[in-house]
Design a protein around this ligand. Structure first.
Ligand code: ZN
Length: 290
């Protein structure tokens, strides 16, 4: 009996991988799993739809499902190997094994940064620690916004890309954390709009990232906008895609006016470029009238 069950479950696994590959959709009885968007790639995100009553685990981490049956999983810069997606529906377990595609990352060297920005003093370290806590808390806020499910993310502005996701960073000759954002250089004062609608969960001046806004898009997805010269939104405010949230600047650890744009899912850093429409929508490069 046990052996037969085991075989059946292996067969199911096989079917899943096969069907996901061919049609993005699998249906077994009244159970179904459909891939709406995205790929298994480092820094990538996948949106699925399934039975709203299903229980979902991704690498044993419980995943929230929307009332309409949508859910999200994502991959960090360095994720590799088997990532098991488990769906339990009407006491039956369905498995999908995902293997994020490996990427190669650039190496960036930045010289002549002020010394206190690369090796901060003790008193600045305690301010940085508080910043990190605030950012973590903001990113762990949970809501059920679904805008990003129905529309891909969009670029918050257009400009010259001067920094890419995942690059290894050497600042003043010292090895530092990889760069998780996309840097878009453009004139100081250029207006910035959110990548998707959502709730502002952080809006303040931080040591490294200067004037910073974090927006919660739902299901633990958030976007971050850094080095702004001005901020026009308050924490708790709900913003749509058209809202002007701030202006490009060079606040914090920055060598010139640019926007550092990031997207996170839980504690995973995603590549905004992979999740977004191409950068073709143009916005006026003037300061908003106030
Ligand atoms: Zn950056």
């Amino acid at each position: 009996m046990y052996k037969i069950k085991q075989m059946k479950s292996n067969l199911l696994t096989f079917y899943f991988i096969f069907f996901l590959f061919i049609s993005n959709k699998i249906a077994l009885g009244d159970f179904f799993l459909e891939k709406i968007r995205g790929d298994s790639i480092q820094g990538g995100l996948i949106i699925y739809k399934t039975n709203p009553q299903a229980e979902i685990f991704f690498k044993n981490d419980k995943i929230n499902i929307s009332p309409n049956g949508f859910f999200v999983i994502a991959f960090h810069r360095d994720d590799k190997g088997k990532h098991e997606l488990k769906l339990i529906y009407k006491n039956k377990t369905h498995l999908v094994n995902l293997y994020p595609k490996q990427r190669k990352y650039l190496e960036e060297k930045i010289q002549n940064l002020p010394k206190n920005m690369v090796s901060p003093s003790l008193e600045i370290l305690s301010k940085i620690k508080k910043d990190i806590d605030d950012v973590k808390r903001a990113r762990m806020k949970f809501s059920k916004n679904e805008d990003f499910i129905y529309n891909k993310f969009k670029w918050p502005l257009t400009g010259r890309i001067t920094g890419v996701y995942g690059s290894k960073r050497i600042l003043n000759g010292k090895k530092r954390q990889p760069h998780y954002g996309i840097d878009i250089a453009t004139a100081s004062g250029t207006i910035v709009r959110p990548s998707a609608s959502g709730r502002v969960v952080l809006s303040k001046n931080l040591h490294f990232t200067g004037f910073t806004i974090i927006i919660d898009h739902g299901y633990f997805l958030s976007s971050t906008y850094s080095h702004l010269s001005e901020i026009f939104v308050k924490e708790g405010e709900f913003v749509n895609r058209k809202k002007i949230i701030g202006l490009v600047g060079s606040s914090g650890r920055s060598t010139g006016p640019h926007l550092d744009w990031r997207i996170n899912w839980k504690n995973k850093r995603l590549d905004p470029k992979v999740l977004s429409h191409p950068m073709y929508i143009h916005y006026p490069i003037s300061r908003p009238k106030r």
